[in-house]
Design a binder for this molecule. Structure first.
Ligand code: AHR
Length: 514
C-alpha cells in the first residue's frame, strides 16, 4: 500500500475507533455543586459590522417592523433566549466610544469613523437611550464597557452619573431633557477592554494603577452601584490574573477573560466556516478542553489571592473565529454558523458549568451577524443559527445547581494531533427542581451507546431535544432556515436499564426521570 494511503487508513481508523461497551454515566444528585449563574448564557453586541446597525437597529423610519427602531423579529427571537445580560458597546469599539456622541437628537449626533472595525462611519444613532431601550425590550441586565483606552476618568464618571443620578443635578436634568426621567439600573460596569491589546497595549501593573483610579470615581447612588469589572488577559496570560488579583481585589467584582476558537490557531489563516476538513472539526472542538485547563490555572492564582472567592471570572468574549465570509468586508467579521458551532457552544457551556463557582458570567461573541452569532439577518430576512438552538436547549441550566457526573468508558475521539473525549456531559438540578443532563458526542462518525444512572440507581426515562444534522458543516440559511433544528428525543428503561444512543456530532439536552 502506498505510504500516503497507509497513513490515511490509519488516520481514519483512529478517527472512528470507539469502545463497543456503552459509556456509563452516573449523576450524583446528592452532591450539589455551585449554582450555574444564568449570566453564563450572556450575549455581547458591539458596534461592529451589522452587529447593531441593520442586525438589530433599523431606525423608526424603516419598513422592517420595529419598536422604537429595534427590529421586532430579532428582538422577539432573542427574548425567547431570555438573554440574562448584554455587554455593549464593545469590544475594541468601547475604547474609542465617547458617550456624549450618542445622546440628544439623533440628527444632531456627530458621525465618527469606527477605526476598530472597517473604518466605516459610526452614525451614533444608537447611543445610551437607545441601548437601554433595547435592554428593556429584551428584559436583560446591562453590562456597559467604559472607555479607558481613549477616554478620561471624568468622562466615565459623568456617564455613570448620567445613567444613575436620582436628584436634581445637571446630568440628571440633561437625561430627563433627553426623555428619561428615572435613573436606569446598571448591573455591570467594565473599565477598559483588552487593555493588553486594542484597549491601550498596557502592562498589567500599569492597568492595575489606572483601574484603581477609575474605580475610585465610578460612583453611583447606594442600591444602584454596578459591579465593577477589570479587563483581564486572554488564554494563558496568567500574569494578568496574578497582578490584578493581588493589586486590586478589593475594588472589583470580576476579572474578564477572552478566548476565541480558531481551527488553525493561526490569526492570518484561521480556517473556513464551511467546507472544512474533519481535521478542523476536531481542532475547533479541542479548544474548550484547552480552556478548561487554562481556567484551572487561573483559578489556582485566584484561590491563592482571593480565597474568599469575592472575585469572579467573567468570560466575556468566547466563540469561533473563522476566515471572513468571501465577498464581505473583513472588518465586519461575517462568518457562517454550522452544526460545529452548536457543538462548540455545548462544550463551552459544560466548561463554564464545571467552573461555576468562579465563572459567573460568559458572553458569546457576538449576538447578531458577527462571529459566532446566534441570529443572522439580511435586510428584512432573519435566520436562527445552530448556535441559537444550542442556547435555547440549555435554557433550563440558567440558575440551576450543578451536579457532578461520573463517566466511565468514554472513548477518545482522535484525529491527527488532536484527541478529545468523544462524550462531554454536564448535569444539574434546574431551578424548577427537574434533573437535567446535557450531552455532546464530539465524534462526527460514530454514535455513542450509553447507560444512565442517578446515584447509582437506574432511571425510568429521559426526554428532551436532540440537535444534529447530516453533515459537520450543516447550516441554516435563508433558503433552508431549519436545516439544523432541535428534534424531540426520548428513551425509556428496559429491564431496569436506561440505554440510549447519542448520535454522532450531536448535542442532546434531556430531562431525567429517576
Ligand atoms: O469580538 C471581536 C473583538 O475581539 C472584540 O472587539 C475584541 O475585544 C476582541 O479582540
Amino acid at each position: 500500500m502506498p505510504m500516503k494511503h497507509l497513513f490515511a487508513t490509519l488516520a481514519l481508523a483512529a478517527a472512528t475507533a470507539q469502545a463497543a461497551e456503552p459509556v456509563k454515566i452516573n449523576i450524583q444528585a446528592d452532591q450539589p455543586g455551585p449554582v450555574i449563574a444564568r449570566q453564563i448564557y450572556g450575549q455581547f453586541g458591539e458596534h461592529l459590522g451589522a452587529g447593531i446597525y441593520e442586525g438589530l437597529w433599523v431606525g423608526t423610519d424603516s419598513k422592517i417592523p420595529n419598536v422604537r427602531g429595534w427590529r421586532t423579529d430579532v428582538v422577539t427571537a432573542l427574548k425567547a433566549l431570555k438573554v440574562p445580560v448584554l455587554r455593549w458597546p464593545g469590544g475594541c469599539f468601547a475604547d474609542e466610544y465617547h458617550w456624549r456622541d450618542g445622546i440628544g437628537p439623533q440628527a444632531q449626533r456627530p458621525p465618527r469613523v469606527n477605526t476598530s472595525w472597517g473604518g466605516v462611519i459610526e452614525p451614533n444613532s444608537v447611543g445610551t437611550h437607545e441601548f437601554m431601550d433595547l435592554a428593556d425590550q429584551l428584559g436583560t441586565e446591562v453590562y456597559i464597557n467604559a472607555n479607558l483606552g481613549s477616554g478620561t476618568v471624568a468622562e466615565m464618571a459623568q456617564w455613570l452619573e448620567y445613567l444613575t443620578a436620582e436628584g436634581d443635578t445637571a446630568l440628571a436634568r440633561e437625561r430627563r431633557a433627553n426623555g428619561r426621567d428615572k435613573p436606569w439600573r446598571i448591573q455591570y460596569w467594565g473599565i477598559g477592554n483588552e487593555s493588553w491589546g486594542c484597549g491601550g497595549h498596557m502592562k498589567p501593573s500599569y492597568y492595575a494603577d489606572q483601574y484603581k483610579q477609575w474605580a475610585t470615581f465610578a460612583k453611583a447612588p447606594r442600591g444602584n452601584r454596578p459591579k465593577l469589572v477589570a479587563s483581564g488577559g486572554q488564554e494563558l496570560e496568567l500574569h494578568w490574573t496574578e497582578t490584578l488579583s493581588a493589586e486590586i481585589k478589593d475594588r472589583m467584582a470580576a476579572i474578564t477573560h477572552h478566548q476565541y476558537s480558531l481551527p488553525t490557531r493561526d490569526w492570518k489563516k484561521k480556517g473556513s466556516a464551511v467546507n472544512f476538513p474533519e481535521s478542523e472539526w476536531i481542532s475547533t472542538l479541542a479548544v474548550p478542553q484547552t480552556i478548561d485547563g487554562y481556567l484551572a490555572k487561573h483559578r489556582e492564582i485566584l484561590d491563592r489571592n482571593d480565597p474568599a472567592k469575592k472575585v469572579a471570572i467573567y468570560f466575556d468574549e468566547w466563540g469561533s473565529w473563522y476566515d471572513p465570509e468571501p465577498g464581505t468586508d473583513p472588518g465586519f467579521l461575517v462568518q457562517r454558523n454550522t452544526l460545529r458551532d452548536a457543538v462548540l457552544s455545548a462544550l463551552h457551556f459544560h466548561v463554564f458549568h464545571r467552573h461555576a463557582d468562579r465563572v459567573k458570567m460568559a458572553n458569546i461573541a457576538q449576538m447578531v451577524n458577527v462571529l459566532q452569532a446566534v441570529v443572522i439577518t439580511d435586510k428584512e430576512r432573519m435566520v436562527l443559527t445552530p448556535t441559537y438552538h444550542a442556547f435555547a436547549m440549555h435554557l433550563p441550566f440558567m440558575d440551576a445547581t450543578s451536579l457532578p457526573v461520573q463517566l466511565s468508558g468514554v472513548p477518545d475521539y482522535t484525529l491527527g494531533k488532536y484527541s478529545i473525549p468523544a462524550l462531554s456531559a454536564s448535569a444539574a438540578k434546574a431551578a424548577d427542581g427537574k434533573l437535567i443532563l446535557s450531552l455532546s458526542n464530539t465524534n462526527p462518525n460514530q454514535p455513542l451507546p450509553l447507560q444512565l444512572a442517578v446515584g447509582g440507581k437506574g432511571v425510568r426515562a429521559v426526554s428532551g431535544q436532540l440537535l444534529t444534522a447530516a453533515t459537520m458543516d450543516a447550516q441554516n440559511w435563508y433558503d433552508a432556515p431549519d436545516r439544523v433544528k432541535p428534534q424531540p428525543f426520548k428513551a425509556e428503561a428496559k429491564g431496569g436499564v436506561l440505554a440510549l444512543n447519542v448520535p454522532a456530532k450531536s448535542v442532546l439536552v434531556l430531562e431525567v426521570q429517576p
